[in-house]
Write a protein that binds this ligand. Sequence first.
Ligand code: GLP
Length: 260
Amino acid sequence: MEIIIKPTVAEAQQETAKIMRRQIQRKPETVLGLATGSTPIGVYSLLVGMHEKGELDFSKVSTFNLDEYVGLDAKHPWSYRAFMEAHLFGKVNIEKSRIHFPDGMATDIPAHCANYEADIRRAGGIDLQLLGIGREGHIGFNEPSSSLASRTRIKTLTPQTVKDNARFFGGEELVPRHVITMGVGTIMETRHCLLLATGEGKAEAVARMAEGAITADLPASILQMHPVCTLVVDAAAAKELKRCEYYHWVYDNKPDWQRV
Ligand code: GLP
């Protein structure tokens, strides 16, 4: 795992956006895996800025989002689909037909999840998956105890995640209890995982994920087994990492051709 520590949130967001820009510039028909939550908002706004400056063309890009709340339709203001529309899709030249999302209103959820997996395969697999991390170490909505081989399916949120996401809903009681999420196994099949974590609240999860034992108790820890995984953190989220000096050393000595 490559661990990039940036002093500020803004610099961590910039590094992440640059990695995504490089991917799309190298392969215009890139298949992106996208994440929601507050962490990637700044990255999306940088990507929109790059698009406006003419540096980024999304016309051939396809996207698959990680997750969606069960019971919310695409137009619901709190749905992740609406979130993506507001922060990225509505602001760049992405083709609507290339946007893929779990359907929170699916009547046959297992069949819908199987189709989602099939759509990912049909698109040729995900080239670059943007990820955040929950305070309890979830990726997507793969909460602790998720099978590390899981596929897209329904999950029940932990009380902690309900609490953490209540700010988007205006109260814990309004947060749906169920979600559809890509599985840990689905995420592990993407060619490059790019996880951004910022703020002190993520420091423990980040340290356990990168330096702790691989365990379903912290699903993000499986990323230690991913052949191409980049973790970008700000100084606050890096606070509990033991080998910070070494990670800085590696970054400072990176060959030019590996830099973004
Ligand atoms: C959310 C999403 C995740 C996200 C995580 C962290 O609930 N399902 O994809 O990475 O929790 O969210 P935030 O960035 O708001 O801390």
